[in-house]
Design a protein around this ligand. Structure first.
Ligand code: SF4
Length: 209
């Protein structure tokens, strides 16, 4: 089985278990999704979802956040960790979106990654979820599980992204990433994967009886 064939089969099997492929971060606008994604670095989505309701009530759009005191933003996001850098980035990205992009998120990875604190992972999430473009969000679940499956053999996020873009059907790649996150939480849990009940075991290179 080639990697492309394996990738296609994994897509099909994941769809069965996780028909609704959605981002786990709560947000009502593209800008809020950008904020939530920045907060999710080295933090769980569940924690981010606890923090963002109050943050978005106080600062609902880039216009309010661009004028915020960084120390005030820190108070809202403290529990997400790395809050000094994250608060500085949130205010910086709000200013950039308001002043450079006229309130509309850029629609290329190159432009998105010019925003403060926005790396390829965040940029891909915006490209996929907001602009419905082929995207691969190389987060820890995706890197770990696609290595286990034998789809990639690197831990480097950019290489994982580019390798998966070559073998995944472009119209499937964004949903594939959301589904892998769900699979990583439910079945292929780090250090204690439930291989015996895994729907992917027939195509997984790491399946252990
Ligand atoms: S068979 Fe095991 S290692 Fe492979 S994806 Fe499933 S749970 Fe993970």
């Amino acid at each position: 089985m080639t990697k492309k064939e394996r990738a296609l089969k994994v897509c099909e099997l994941l769809k069965i278990d996780y028909p609704d492929a959605v981002c786990q971060l709560n947000a009502e606008t593209p800008f809020q999704l950008l904020v939530a994604t920045r907060l999710s670095a080295q933090c769980t989505d569940a924690r981010v979802n606890l923090v963002t309701p109050a943050l978005f009530e106080r600062y609902p759009t880039e216009n309010e956040l661009a004028e915020a005191e960084i120390t005030d933003v820190e108070n809202y996001i403290h529990s997400c960790g790395f809050y000094h850098g994250k608060a500085r980035d949130l205010v910086g990205m709000a200013k950039a979106v308001r002043d450079i992009y006229g309130g509309v998120l850029p629609d290329t990875i190159e432009e998105l990654t010019k925003l403060p604190g926005v790396g390829r992972k965040t940029a891909n999430l915006i490209m996929g979820d907001v602009y419905k473009q082929p995207a691969v969000v190389a987060d820890t679940h995706l890197i770990r599980i696609t290595n286990l499956l034998g789809l990639v053999s690197t831990k480097d996020p950019k290489k994982v992204e580019l390798e998966l873009k070559k073998i995944l059907p472009s119209e499937e790649s964004n949903d594939f990433c959301h589904r892998i996150v769900l699979h990583g939480r439910a079945i292929c849990i780090a250090r204690r994967p439930k291989c015996d009940v895994c729907n992917l075991k027939s195509v997984c290179k790491s399946y252990k009886v």
